[in-house]
Ligand binder design. Structure first.
Ligand SMILES: Nc1nc2c(ncn2[C@@H]2O[C@H](COP(=O)(O)OP(=O)(O)OP(=O)(O)O)[C@@H](O)[C@H]2O)c(=O)[nH]1
Ligand SMILES: [Mg+2]
Length: 174
C-alpha cells in the first residue's frame, strides 16, 4: 500500500523559525528567501517571500508534505493559499518576544477564520527565555494550553515530536 501523504502548514510570525523547522525535518527542502529591506533587518537579514517546502517520511505508512509560510504580514495573502487542503498546521513563535506573541494571537484568529476545525499546535521556540508560564502564554494567545508545545526548530527530535503530535490530532479528527 502506498504511504499516506499528509499536508501540514508551518505558519507563525516573522523570524519564528519556520524555514529552520522545514529545513530540519525534511531532506529535500526548497525555499524562497530574500534580503529584508525594512527595519526588521535588525532581527535577521533574510525572510521567506513565497514559501518553504519539503517532505518528511515519518514511517513506512506516513509522509508529511510541509509548506512553510512567509512571516511578514504583507505576505499574509499567501497563508490561506498555502493552507488549501491541509490536514493540520503548526504555528511557531519566538516565545521570548511579547510582540511576536501578540502577532501570533492575530495569526491564530486568521487561521481559525479560513481553516475552522483543522487541528493545530502552537510550537514555542526559545521557551526557556520567555517571561511567561505556558498557562499565561496560552491565555494571552487565546488557545487551550494542551495545544502548546515546546520546540527548538534546529532540533530534529523536537520537530518530529511536533509532527507526531499533529498526526495524533488528525487521526482523532477523522
Ligand atoms: N538562537 C536561536 N536561533 C534560532 C532558533 N531558531 C531559529 N534560529 C535562527 O533564527 C533565524 C530565523 O529563523 P527562520 O527559520 O529564518 O525564521 P522564519 O520563521 O522562517 O522567518 P521568516 O520567513 O522571515 O518569517 C535563523 O538564523 C535560525 O538559524 C533558536 O531556537 N535559537
Ligand atoms: Mg522563513
Amino acid at each position: 500500500m502506498p504511504a499516506e501523504v499528509i499536508k501540514v502548514v508551518v505558519g507563525g510570525p516573522f523570524g519564528a523559525g519556520k524555514t529552520t523547522f522545514v529545513q530540519t525535518v525534511t531532506a529535500d527542502s526548497v525555499g524562497a528567501e530574500r534580503e529584508v529591506t525594512d527595519a526588521t533587518s535588525a532581527l535577521k537579514q533574510r525572510t521567506t517571500v513565497a514559501m518553504d517546502h519539503g517532505t518528511a517520511r515519518l514511517d513506512d505508512d506516513t509522509v508529511v508534505t510541509l509548506f512553510g509560510t512567509p512571516g511578514q504580514e504583507r505576505f499574509s495573502f499567501m497563508w490561506p493559499v498555502l493552507s488549501t487542503g491541509m490536514s493540520a498546521y503548526v504555528l511557531l513563535v519566538d516565545a521570548s518576544r511579547l510582540q511576536a506573541l501578540a502577532q501570533l494571537r492575530s495569526i491564530v484568529r486568521q487561521f481559525q477564520g479560513f481553516a475552522p476545525d483543522v487541528p493545530f499546535v502552537v510550537a514555542a521556540n526559545r521557551w526557556d527565555q520567555s517571561a511567561q508560564s505556558p498557562a499565561e502564554v496560552a491565555a494571552f494567545v487565546g488557545i487551550d494550553e494542551a495545544a502548546l508545545v515546546q520546540c527548538d526548530p534546529r532540533d530534529p527530535a523536537d520537530c518530529e515530536r511536533v509532527l507526531r503530535h499533529l498526526l495524533g490530532s488528525v487521526a482523532l479528527a477523522r
